[in-house]
Design a protein around this ligand. Structure first.
Ligand SMILES: N=C(N)NCCCC(=O)O
Ligand SMILES: [Zn+2]
Ligand SMILES: [Zn+2]
Length: 332
């Protein structure tokens, strides 16, 4: 049962001994150290407990902590990828970014500032929402660092609507705003898992005009994971990539704990396998949003979310280790 790679003390990673109990003590994501317990982090897991942007059921403000709780059992070795994600790179839990629950404009400003502060240390972000509104300030911050990014958006919904009740910043509008603000590389934008009813046929036309391609949930079922991964990889190429996962991309059977559920979604196995398939893409940061634990049962949703975040961290960690290896093996 004890299994640490030989250099387990660097970086600081959860130690696994016969005396390790995964279910005790305060929860950090995957039991990684807090950011204030390490010098710097390569990957910062950060919560954004904000849900004032939702159009239907509230409750995603409790998502980040539910995902942390459900991530306790994550073990050091990821056999699907042959990677020790918490050992190849320093992963740390940066706690939460406080966002005003009464003023969305102020919340968006502070999320952007919070993301800037973490990115300026050189860390990449694995952000746990929160509702999907938070993707806009996160993308602003990431684009400031990397320029316009390729976007892979897993979601039942388009989230490219113009407004809701006249409001510009909502969980249904982040990618419209991001496109308008020039934060996205319009040659590499994909939604995956799209399904369900729309307000009108024009929703799709407007989405296409912004540059998005769509792989529907039914496409994933009909064409299969490998073909979908191949298509996504061709579209993304070597561009800096941001992945945004709305947990409602999963079927409500796999993720009941969310605010705007739609029937006919992906299985958690399909989502995990698509993410794993993107191993050679240049992932710069990611978010996972819309976990609303009040509607969850037996941690179904938060376990699926924590395991998805583990795969996203695995991609970043693997790539950080590769860049480090290249640096260390440069001919002098
Ligand atoms: N769950 C997210 N992010 N968006 C859902 C928006 C659906 C709607 O406002 O009709
Ligand atoms: Zn959604
Ligand atoms: Zn969404």
């Amino acid at each position: 049962m004890t299994a640490n790679p030989p250099d387990a003390t660097r970086p600081v990673a959860p130690q696994e001994t016969d005396a390790t109990l995964h279910f005790t003590g305060p929860a950090t994501f995957g039991r990684v150290p807090r950011l204030d317990q390490v010098d710097t982090a390569d990957i910062a897991v950060v919560g954004v407990p904000f849900d004032a942007g939702v159009s239907y059921r509230p409750g995603a403000r409790f998502g980040a902590n539910a995902v942390r709780e459900a991530s306790r059992q994550l073990r050091p070795y990821n056999p699907a990828m042959d990677v020790y994600p918490f050992h190849y790179a320093q992963v740390a839990d940066a706690g939460d970014i406080t966002a005003n629950p009464h003023n969305i404009d102020k919340a968006v400003e502070s999320i952007e500032a919070g993301a800037d502060a973490l990115l300026s240390t050189g860390a990449q972000l694995m952000t746990l929402g929160g509702d999907h509104t938070i993707a806009l300030p996160l993308l602003r911050s990431v684009a400031r660092r990397h320029g316009p990014v390729a976007l892979l958006h897993f979601d039942a919904h388009l989230d490219t609507w113009d407004s809701h009740f006249g409001a510009q910043y909502t969980h249904g509008t982040p990618f419209r705003r991001a496109a308008e603000e020039g934060l996205l590389d319009t040659s590499a934008l994909s939604h995956v898992g799209t399904r369900g009813s729309l307000y009108s046929k024009e929703d799709l036309d407007e989405d296409t005009k912004l540059g998005f391609g769509i792989v529907t949930a039914a496409d994933v079922m009909r064409r299969g994971v490998d073909e979908v991964v191949q298509q996504l990889k061709e579209r993304i190429g070597k561009r800096p990539l941001y992945i945004s996962v709305d947990i409602d991309v999963l079927d409500p059977a796999h993720a009941p704990g969310t605010g705007t559920p739609e029937a006919g979604g992906l299985t958690s196995r399909e989502l995990l396998e698509i993410v794993r398939g993107l191993a050679d893409c240049y992932l710069v940061s990611a978010d996972l949003v819309e976990v609303a634990p009040a509607y969850d049962h037996a941690e179904i949703t938060s376990v699926a979310a924590s395991h998805t975040a583990y795969e996203l961290i695995t991609l970043m960690s693997r790539q950080i280790a590769f860049f480090r290896w290249v640096e260390e093996n440069k001919p002098s």
